[in-house]
Design a protein around this ligand. Structure first.
Ligand code: HEM
Length: 151
């Protein structure tokens, strides 16, 4: 149980912390300092390095999460905050899968073809979706930690 909880929270740290850093700090800094072609290539490299870690997180978070429901013998008897965490976590995973297989795939193709406006459009979509996932991630952490006292 201890190892499961540590892996669960460490995976959440890498995923949500990574998105928070990218969205809140790297995005405005890159937007003010770099011209579009370089900025777009930077983001492609950043995502290529970050997304393998997110893949590990989207496997580990639900796997360890399901094992952590053992005290309630599964989901049926689990308290409300666990159900909210599971629902929000599933939405986050679906959003990431969409980002990975749609705009991220397209941004790579656009940059290979030197289509800078096309790549900018894809980055705009990724920005919005990562913003949404960061917000859901922060809410989920709040529910997961404070939830046991209130829900
Ligand atoms: C996707 C399916 C998920 C399942 C099935 C799941 C399930 C669980 C369970 C059963 C616990 C133990 C709760 C306790 O013992 O009180 C837990 C802890 C936790 N979960 Fe999740 N979780 C999931 C996703 C997430 C996500 C997406 C986040 C954050 C973005 C998250 C954040 C946390 C945190 C921070 C804790 C530690 C809470 C504490 O010990 O105070 N979980 N999770």
């Amino acid at each position: 149980m201890g190892i499961n909880l540590a892996l669960h929270v460490l995976s959440v740290m890498v995923w949500v912390g990574g998105m928070f850093f990218a969205y809140m700090f790297l995005r405005p800094a890159a937007a003010s300092e770099l011209e579009p072609p370089i900025r777009l290539r930077l983001w492609r490299t950043v995502f290529s390095r970050f997304f393998p870690w997110v893949w590990a997180a989207i496997i580990l978070v639900p796997l360890t999460g399901i094992m952590l429901t053992a005290p309630w013998q599964g989901f049926t008897n689990a308290p409300l905050y666990i159900h909210i965490m599971t629902t929000l976590g599933s939405i986050m995973i679906l959003i990431f899968l969409h980002v990975f297989f749609a705009p991220f795939k397209r941004i790579k193709r656009c940059l290979d073809e030197d289509d800078i406006p096309g790549a900018a459009q894809q980055l705009n979509t990724i920005r919005k979706l990562v913003g949404i996932n960061t917000l859901i991630g922060v809410i989920t952490i709040a529910v997961a930690t404070a939830g046991k006292f209130y829900l």
